[in-house]
Ligand binder design. Structure first.
Ligand code: ATP
Length: 238
């Protein structure tokens, strides 16, 4: 059984329908990428999975449970952790305090907490160097590392990454994607949405294309990267 399964999920914002019944699945251990243009519904999909907005139809199953009606704060406890678009770190709090907030929803177990903090610092040595610095004074790339680090502090089974490369300088973009691969190889399942389709398909086991609220293509990362229609629409510039 898949770790995450969306079956015919629909989302409306008032009278506007943003998702027209999408079905996607993520198997345990996979990196799955969802690519699509501006406004295709990528963020909406992530927010529906995280339980931050209600779906108006269809169902979402996570880890064997129907979570369609489970509120977002309870989904964190089940193992779903979202790094939102724009990162959403706490700018006035230090790096360490931000990471601490990520562990908040979990039962405090000091040994596990220390282990997770060590893991985050070994993935992102920069965060260790800057643990007492206010999050808001870090560079864009560093803030993205902090946002991912904070999500990992919740020890998720499924890490949701919404546009992790957005606004980053090129040297950080490669680094962030390599870190996503590393996090995955350490056992965390990843669903990533991206406009940077080249990188997103490079790291993906499987991927989906989302167009105006519909899934229009799916395949392995390599299959989609070689698909002429995907190439023409998404793989031009980078
Ligand atoms: P981007 O890459 O630009 O963030 P996206 O693929 O993440 O785009 P969404 O943010 O999910 O797209 O938006 C999907 C559609 O839903 C868009 O047409 C958008 O205008 C609309 N939408 C999103 N949020 C709202 C809202 N709060 N109220 C009304 N419409 C919304």
């Amino acid at each position: 059984m898949a770790l995450l399964e969306l079956n015919d999920v629909k989302v409306h914002y008032g009278r506007i329908q943003a998702l027209h019944g999408i079905s996607i699945s993520v198997e345990e251990g996979e990196i799955v990428s969802l690519i699509g243009a501006n406004g295709a519904g990528k963020t909406t999909t992530m927010r529906a999975i995280a339980g931050l907005l209600h779906s108006s139809g269809g169902s979402i199953t996570f880890d064997g449970k129907d979570v369609t009606k489970v509120p977002g704060h309870n989904r964190v406890g089940l193992g779903v952790s979202l790094t939102p678009e724009g990162r959403g770190i706490f700018p006035a709090m230090t790096v360490l305090e931000n990471l601490d907030m990520g562990a908040f929803a979990r039962k405090k177990n000091q040994a596990e907490y220390d282990e997770d903090l060590d893991r985050v610092f070994s993935l992102f040595p920069r965060l260790k160097e800057r643990e007492k610095q206010a999050g808001g004074t870090m560079s864009g790339g560093e803030q993205q590392m902090l946002a991912i680090g904070r999500a990992l502090m919740a020890r998720p089974k499924l890490l949701l990454l919404d546009e992790p490369s957005m606004g980053l300088a090129p040297q950080y973009i490669k680094q962030i994607f390599n870190i996503i691969k590393q996090v995955n190889s350490q056992g965390t399942t990843v669903l990533v949405v991206e406009q940077n389709a080249n990188q997103a398909l490079r790291i993906a086991h499987r991927a989906y294309v989302l167009e105006t609220g519909n899934i229009t293509r799916e395949g392995t990362g390599a299959e989609l990267a070689a698909d002429p229609a995907v190439k023409a629409a998404y793989l031009g510039a980078d």
